[in-house]
Design a protein around this ligand. Structure first.
Ligand SMILES: C[S@@+](CC[C@H](N)C(=O)[O-])C[C@H]1O[C@@H](n2cnc3c(N)ncnc32)[C@H](O)[C@@H]1O
Length: 234
């Protein structure tokens, strides 16, 4: 496990574990789950450039490249970025990123808006705003409401050979839960614990507005993916 593991996050299992508890090998082996089509369906016609924040091992990056997007992949983990082929990679925290460039789409997926506490979340969203073109969009994936209700845990999801288990939840205080996930990939096992912060639609819209972004659509039936646009585009 990395010595720099972030407060509230931990990970265990074979290979390198990132500061937020993710297993590099597992993300490198996992394929996309349709995220590329959500992105392709959400951007304006002719959009080409995508800034992917927290890109990990390129699970979604590679699928976006195959669709013809030009992707800049950002992650704080060099071991994750080393798995990426065909995209420009930038090793940086998301909150500290300032490329001086703007993109047709900025992608903040993997529930990073929920795993970040309020101050970090505001910084992540300011990074999104700083890097999106005036006629571009920011695409965000957030957790579904009730996902960490103890009544829904444990629960299991199968993704091909990967079994993902939401194994345990523990309330930490109002709106904050510690979540323990387990992953089994062909007998290779990892676990990850992270803090999840509740973020209902009103809360996510408010925090985006503070960053200068306006939610203009929820993109999936479960409303976990949303599109936001710069407020100056109004
Ligand atoms: C759950 S993984 C998801 C990776 C990828 N988005 C995917 O779906 O396969 C989260 C990734 O975000 C990175 N990450 C988390 N917080 C970060 C931060 N504040 N700055 C930069 N990278 C971060 C981690 O290193 C990890 O690679």
């Amino acid at each position: 496990m990395s010595e720099e593991t972030r407060a509230g996050s931990a990970g265990a299992g074979p290979g390198t574990i990132t500061p937020d508890g993710c297993a590099v090998e597992m993300y490198a082996r996992m394929g996309p789950d349709g995220e590329q089509h959500i992105v392709a369906g959400a951007v304006r016609a002719g959009a080409r450039t995508v800034l992917e924040l927290g890109a990990g091992a390129g699970r979604v990056t590679h699928a976006l490249l195959e669709l013809g997007f030009e992707v800049v992949a950002v992650d704080e983990s060099p071991e994750m970025l080393a798995e990426i082929r065909g995209a420009r990679t930038v090793r940086s925290t998301i909150e500290g990123l300032d490329l001086g460039e703007r993109f047709d789409a900025v992608l903040l997926a993997s529930y990073l808006v929920n795993t970040a506490g309020p101050a970090l979340r505001a910084d992540l969203l300011r990074t999104c705003r700083r890097h999106v073109k005036d006629d571009g969009c920011v695409l965000i994936q957030r957790e579904g409401e009730g996902w960490h209700d103890p009544a829904n845990v444990p629960r299991e999801l199968l993704r091909g050979p990967l079994r993902i288990t939401v194994a345990a939840v523990e309330p930490l205080g109002p709106g904050r839960t510690s979540v323990r996930m387990e992953y089994d990939f062909d007998g290779r096992r990892w676990s990850q614990t992270h803090t999840s912060h509740d973020l209902d639609e009103a809360a996510v819209e408010a925090v985006l507005a503070e960053a200068g972004l306006r939610v203009d659509a929820y993109l999936t039936d479960d409303r976990t993916w949303l599109r936001a646009v710069p407020q100056c585009a109004d």
